[in-house]
Write a new protein. Structure first.
Length: 167
């Protein structure tokens, strides 16, 4: 009886944790989401169980995917609705974990790629400074390699600042 209970619990744990996406999978889908609607939908879907309380980082990526859905729809009202919902969710995630460099990057990327008429540009300078100051302290090499190309090609960083961004 104990063996049966143990096997049952082991199976339950395996199926429960098998569905948790890795941060590497999330980052890969995020990169594809810009140009691929299916990836964008998949990213939002697999991250739907997460919010700013149980995982602010995953909630931030979900918010970014929702915002990016605006690129993949034609209707202007739908575009604005996706953008507004994603923006609200991203701000909640950042408020829950203000010192998370990856969340600040997500907002920086969203704000620097949003049309100016949406008025979502209040934190560009703050986030840019935070990213500049924090980049060298990143110990996660995969995160550094993920952020590096975005920051290096950004028009918001001066050439001398880009030289200080090292892998």
């Amino acid at each position: 009886m104990k063996k049966l209970l143990f096997v049952g619990l082991l199976f339950l744990a395996q199926t429960t944790f098998a569905n948790v996406p890795t941060i590497g999978e999330i980052r890969a889908l995020y990169e594809k989401s810009v140009s691929d609607e299916a990836s964008c939908n998949k990213l939002a879907e697999i991250l739907s169980p997460y919010d700013e309380e149980n995982n602010p980082l995953y909630a931030g990526y979900r918010a970014s995917a929702i915002m990016m859905m605006a690129k993949h729809v034609f209707n202007p009202f739908s575009k604005f609705s996706y953008f507004k919902k994603g923006k609200s969710l991203l701000e909640k995630a950042i408020k829950a974990d203000e010192n998370n460099i990856e969340l600040r990057f997500l907002r920086f990327n969203a704000q620097t790629h949003s049309p100016s008429f949406l008025g979502y540009d209040d934190d560009i300078e703050n986030d840019k400074k935070f990213l500049e100051d924090s980049f060298a302290t990143i110990k996660d090499e995969q995160l550094k390699a993920f952020l590096f190309p975005y920051l290096k090609k950004s028009d918001y960083f001066a050439a001398d600042k880009k030289r200080h961004l090292q892998l």
